[in-house]
Structure formats: structure tokens, C-alpha cells
Design a protein around this ligand. Structure first.
Ligand code: UT7
Length: 351
């Protein structure tokens, strides 16, 4: 029996990026109306000054579609050329049905393979790795990878471990064939032994047009019951300090790019202190910019890396064509990293 095997394109790149930031800006002082904390403590420990939370009719679905629409426009490809959609998310409100197919429907590309990837805050890195390998193996020509989260409605607003850290948003990239290769092999891994360090209790409720209610309700008197993410922050911090430097070293090794040639460092926006430590550990030169979108966007889990890439390109801190080191990490616990060539600065931006 001679069964057909496909091969695709060896050289693959991020062709375009798009993002969506919710309209509502929430300062540390506003978070502290419910949380026993302070603006100073939050900024000093996490690097966050404000975050965006959904309001009104904003949902994970609407944000994913808006970010993906911009990524398609900015990539310059026709949407009918997209062969698959990967949605990285941990806070999508249903597991059945998963989100990918309705996002494809709203984008006007119903019918393509569209599926979700759940790998916590590392989810975008997993999606990008899968997309690249799908194009290299010939299962799709262009793949849309979207990271989206509505963390604000799955938090306990009085929980000192989570309520100040998470934000909402969406970021997306179009991945496709290119003349020169722009995405390294993915270095990824997981640690089930520490999986209970970031967890959830029960189901995600309907929150459409009710986001503020979920973001401010006292869970003690909450009659609805809802999913709440729980995180043992300092345990995750310790795990990150041990695991991530090794992962970063391996990403560079497998990419063949010497660390002197890394021009931009874009880690998951979990905590500005973790990112500064990682940069120092790796010995990246002082003048290499490190993404710091966390300051005004918070930790948006699977959406944080594309949001941070977009912020750097729009603000001019990074330029299209530069070599960037990416590393996502979080629930699982898990991580995924790549060296990539940055796409052009977006024409349609999120701010
Ligand atoms: O995105 C997925 C991956 N997630 C991460 O990578 C998160 C990693 N972890 C973190 O970012 C940090 O652990 C946090 C920012 C969540 C917390 O910072 P920390 O420096 O680890 O704080 P801590 O839990 O060690 O607490 C330090 C002190 C304690 O007081 P004492 O014992 O030193 O007197 C806490 O009681 O700060 C106190 N504290 C707070 N104070 C004000 C803990 N949480 C708060 C709070 N506000 N929210």
C-alpha cells in the first residue's frame, strides 16, 4: 500500500499581526476598591499599573475575531487562503463547543479546520509551534493563530494571588510560507508534578453584557457560582526561576541564533520581575528591549505574547524584520518558546 505523504514549505514566517484591547481601563486603585492591596505593592511586585477588562458586549469571541481580522489585513493575504485556525485560550466559556469554529465562522472562513489549544499562558507558543509544523508538513498553507482570554470574569476579585494580575485581550498572527525562514523549531515542555499550582474550580458562566457584575461581585455572597482561577504565585515564580532559563538556552541552541543576535526579548507578560531576571540570567545585552506590555495590559495569559509583539511594533520599540526571542509559560505547568523574525508593524493597530 502506497499511502500519500505530504511535505510543505521549509521556510515559514509570521506574515502579519493583529490585536484587540478591551475599551475599559482598570487602574490598580480601582482593583484595590475590592482587593486588600495597594497600587505601590502591585506595581513593585508585578510591574502592573493598569489592565484592560471587557465591558458591555465585548466577549472572547468578539475580541478573537477583531484581532484576527486585523492580523489578516496586516498580513496582506486573502482570507480565503487561510487553511486552518488555532485558538489558544484557557478562559473560553465552553469546552463543548470549543471556540475555533465560531471564530472562523465570524471571520467568513467557515469550513476550515479550526480548533482550540489549551496550554495556559504558554498556549500561544504551542499554537505557533503547531502552525509552523503544519505548514512545514503540508497540512495547511496559511494558519491563523489566535490567543484570547477573558480572565477578568474568571477571577475572585478578593483573591490576593490573582485579582490584580490578570487582564483581558486578544492577539493573532497569520503564519505562512516565506522566502527566508522566520520561525525556529519550538522548544516546549510540561511539568504535571506542579500542575496544581495554577488551577480552576468550576464552570465558566455566561457573562455577555454582565462582565462588570462578575468582576466586582463578592464571591462570598455570589449566588451564581462561577469558575475561579487559583494560582500559588510564589510557587510558580520559583518554578519559573529554575525551568525557564534552561528552556531559553535550549530555544537559542535549537534556533542556531547566537544570543548576541537576539534583538528583542518578548516573554509572556506574567510579571515584569520574572522578565528582568530572565534577561539578566541569559546575559542579553542591556540595550536589548524587553517587552513590558504587562504595565498597562496586565497578564493576559495565552494572549500576552501577540499583544506584547503588537505593542512593541506599534510603539516603535521593535521593528519588522528584527530577530525576537519568545517564551510563553504558565498553567500545566508548561512552556513553549521560539526565535522569530518579527512581522511588519501593523497598519491596523489596537491602539
Ligand atoms: O501567567 C501564568 C504564570 N504566572 C506567573 O508566572 C506568576 C508568578 N508569580 C508572581 O508573579 C508573584 O508570585 C506574584 C506577583 C503573584 C506575587 O508576588 P510575590 O512577590 O511572590 O508575593 P508573595 O506571595 O511572596 O507575598 C509577599 C508578601 C507577603 O507578606 P509577608 O509574608 O512578606 O509579610 C504577602 O502576604 O506580600 C503579601 N501579599 C500581598 N500584599 C498586598 C501577597 N499578595 C498581596 C497583595 N497585596 N495582592
Amino acid at each position: 500500500m502506497n499511502i500519500t505523504a505530504t511535505t510543505g514549505h521549509r521556510n515559514v514566517s509570521i506574515l502579519g499581526i493583529g490585536a484587540y484591547r478591551p475599551k475599559r481601563v482598570v487602574t490598580n486603585d480601582e482593583v484595590c476598591e475590592t482587593l486588600d492591596s495597594s497600587d505601590e505593592w502591585i506595581f513593585e511586585r508585578s510591574g502592573i499599573r493598569s489592565r484592560r477588562w471587557i465591558s458591555g458586549d465585548e466577549t472572547a469571541r468578539s475580541m478573537a475575531v477583531a484581532a484576527a481580522d486585523r492580523a489578516i489585513t496586516n498580513s496582506g493575504i486573502d482570507r480565503s487562503d487561510i487553511g486552518a485556525l488555532i485558538l489558544a485560550t484557557g478562559s473560553w466559556k465552553t469546552k463543548i463547543p470549543h471556540g475555533g469554529p465560531v471564530v472562523a465562522l465570524d471571520l467568513g472562513i467557515n469550513g476550515i479546520p479550526a480548533f482550540d489549544v489549551a496550554s495556559g499562558c504558554g498556549g500561544f507558543g504551542y499554537g505557533l509551534g503547531l502552525a509552523t509544523d503544519m505548514i512545514r508538513s503540508g497540512s495547511a498553507e496559511h494558519v491563523l493563530v489566535i490567543g484570547v482570554e477573558t480572565m477578568s470574569v474568571v477571577m475572585d476579585p478578593t483573591d490576593r494571588d490573582t485579582a490584580f494580575i490578570f487582564g483581558d485581550g486578544a492577539g493573532a498572527v497569520v503564519v505562512g510560507p516565506s522566502e527566508e525562514n522566520g520561525i525556529s523549531p519550538t522548544v516546549w515542555g510540561s511539568d504535571g508534578e506542579n500542575s496544581d499550582a495554577i488551577s480552576q474550580n468550576y464552570d465558566i458562566p455566561e457573562y455577555m453584557n454582565r462582565a462588570e457584575e462578575f468582576q466586582s461581585k463578592d464571591p462570598e455572597t455570589d449566588p451564581i457560582g462561577r469558575m475561579v482561577v487559583e494560582m500559588q504565585g510564589s510557587r510558580v515564580f520559583r518554578w519559573a526561576a529554575i525551568t525557564l532559563p534552561k528552556a531559553l538556552g535550549k530555544v537559542l541552541e535549537q534556533s542556531g541564533v547566537p544570543k548576541e543576535d537576539v534583538e528583542i526579548f518578548i516573554p509572556h507578560q506574567a510579571n515584569a520581575r520574572i522578565n528582568t531576571l530572565m534577561k539578566a540570567n541569559l546575559g542579553l545585552p542591556d540595550d536589548v528591549p524587553v517587552a513590558n506590555d504587562i504595565e498597562t495590559t496586565g497578564n493576559t495569559s495565552a494572549a500576552s505574547i501577540p499583544l506584547a509583539i503588537e505593542e512593541m511594533l506599534v510603539s516603535g520599540k521593535a521593528k519588522g524584520g528584527q530577530t525576537a526571542l519568545l517564551l510563553g509559560f504558565g498553567a500545566g505547568l508548561s512552556y513553549a518558546g521560539q526565535v522569530v523574525t518579527l512581522p511588519p508593524a501593523p497598519i491596523e493597530a489596537s491602539f
